[in-house]
Design a protein around this ligand. Structure first.
Ligand code: JEW
Length: 259
């Protein structure tokens, strides 16, 4: 997959795309990133890409012409043309199903919006997709573009190790993760749940599933409504709470939280 990003802040992307998983994915040849400075297509000496809104009002708007020219030039750099994703607070809410949809493409061109937004003609005549990463206010579309790239690139075959399938499956199953511990078995008097030390793989599997179900019920009932639940799952959810809450069994010896 090739992902092109068009932005007025190309320097924001290099540290993110140049490290960690994104670096390894590029080194392995699984994905190719190219970041382009929109100002290269400003068409003026001052490299100005914004202007005042018709009808008045606060703030500045990204001009259509630099974006249209940049997209045309960037599309010519590789095949296929690819979808044109505009980051925008008014876009479709980005979630794992949108990430999967975009990960199926051979090419994406992402325009990171900024200022008060982009000239409406970009949206009408150029963008195939308009995506928001959630209901909170940001200063621009750069971080949303990076979030998209991260969520999409990690889905490409080979980008993550063997664990990737499991993580994706667990989200695809629509539940929150079960809680996890690592060594030592007791830390400051805080014990790891017995069942995880038992070596009883079937008991561990059942306990983890129950934890995931209870946690999702408590924190994200909206997810539970859409999750794929087995008969055993439904029984667990209906059962009254036994000694199944994680981590507080040794409550008597605990320090107060936050000390
Ligand atoms: C996003 C592109 C471009 C935010 C989220 N927020 C906001 C906002 C902005 C301008 C006018 C009105 C609201 C800032 N902004 C963007 C914000 C994407 C732009 C300018 C964005 N997803 N995507 N949550």
């Amino acid at each position: 997959m090739r992902i092109d990003v068009i932005t007025i802040f190309p320097g924001m992307f290099a540290p993110v795309l140049g490290e960690s998983m994104m670096r390894r994915a590029q080194d392995k040849g699984l994905v190719e990133f190219a970041v382009h400075d929109l100002r290269d297509w400003s068409g003026n000496r001052h490299r100005k890409v914004d202007d005042r809104p018709y009808g008045g009002g606060p703030g500045m708007i990204m001009r259509a012409e630099p974006i249209v020219e940049a997209v045309r030039a960037v599309r010519k750099m590789a095949e296929p043309e690819g979808r044109l994703v505009l980051t925008s607070p008014a876009g479709r809410r980005f979630d794992q199903s949108v990430a999967r949809e975009l990960a199926a493409e051979k090419r994406l061109v992402i325009v990171a919006g900024h200022y008060e937004g982009v000239d409406e003609r970009v949206r009408q005549h150029l963008a195939t997709d308009e995506v928001s990463i959630g209901d909170y206010v940001l200063t621009g579309g750069e971080l949303p573009a990076m979030v998209l790239v991260d969520a999409v690139a990690r889905l490409l075959p080979g980008v993550l190790g063997a664990e990737s399938g499991a993580v994706e499956d667990s989200f695809a199953g629509g539940l929150l993760e079960y809680p996890q511990w690592t060594r030592p078995a007791e830390f400051r008097g805080w014990p790891v749940p017995e069942v995880l030390l038992s070596g009883n793989h079937e008991a561990v599997r059942r306990w983890r599933r129950e934890q995931a179900l209870r946690r999702t019920l408590e924190r994200r009932p909206d997810l539970l409504a859409r999750a794929e639940l087995s008969g055993e799952d439904r029984k667990m959810l209906e059962a009254p709470r036994r000694e199944s809450a994680p981590g507080r069994e040794g409550g008597d010896q605990d320090e107060p939280a936050g000390s």
